[in-house]
Design a binder for this molecule. Structure first.
Ligand code: ASC
Length: 152
């Protein structure tokens, strides 16, 4: 293949990828797998820190820093795994209110991300008292969203 043609094809492919709305090409089972995966990462990061704050789980500062970084890295994805058109994905506990009350959903996601970032900052600094202090707001943010937007 001619070099210029190759370059043109590569450029048009990149342009197509860049202009496609996020996840537009995802199949329903991929949407659900990613959604569940994101929340599994959140749970497996926050859960141990919540246990630590409750005195039920032993963790050292290095591990807490890893978990905090992981939580705050993936937290922004939580709002991205409910794309338009995925309202009726089979096997999901997502309530229709996610799409019918987008401002409320977004506000609760933002509150979660803010709380997660605060927890991650304390974790990164090795401030274990700060971690303990920051855990409840993250838990409340999880619950606030689940109460309104997740089926039991
Ligand atoms: C967790 C977890 C949740 C939240 C929620 C907080 O560790 O898996 O869904 O905390 O229970 O209320």
């Amino acid at each position: 293949m001619r070099r210029s043609l190759k370059a043109a094809l590569a450029a048009s492919l990149l342009a197509a990828i860049a202009s496609a709305p996020a996840q537009a090409q995802q199949k329903p089972d991929e949407v659900l797998a990613l959604r569940k995966g994101v929340f599994q990462v959140i749970k497996s990061s926050f859960g141990p820190m919540a246990g630590f704050a409750d005195g039920k789980v032993q963790l050292d500062a290095a591990r807490i820093a890893v978990l905090g970084a992981r939580l705050s890295a993936v937290a922004p994805m939580a709002g991205e795994v409910f794309p338009a058109g995925s309202e009726k994905v089979e096997g999901s506990k997502a309530k229709p209110e996610i799409w019918s009350k987008p401002d409320d959903f977004k506000a609760k996601m933002t509150a979660f991300q803010t709380a997660a970032a605060k927890l991650a900052d304390a974790a990164k600094a090795g401030n274990l008292d700060g971690v303990k202090a920051a855990v409840p707001d993250v838990g409340k943010a999880c619950k606030a969203c689940h109460d309104d937007f997740k089926e039991k």
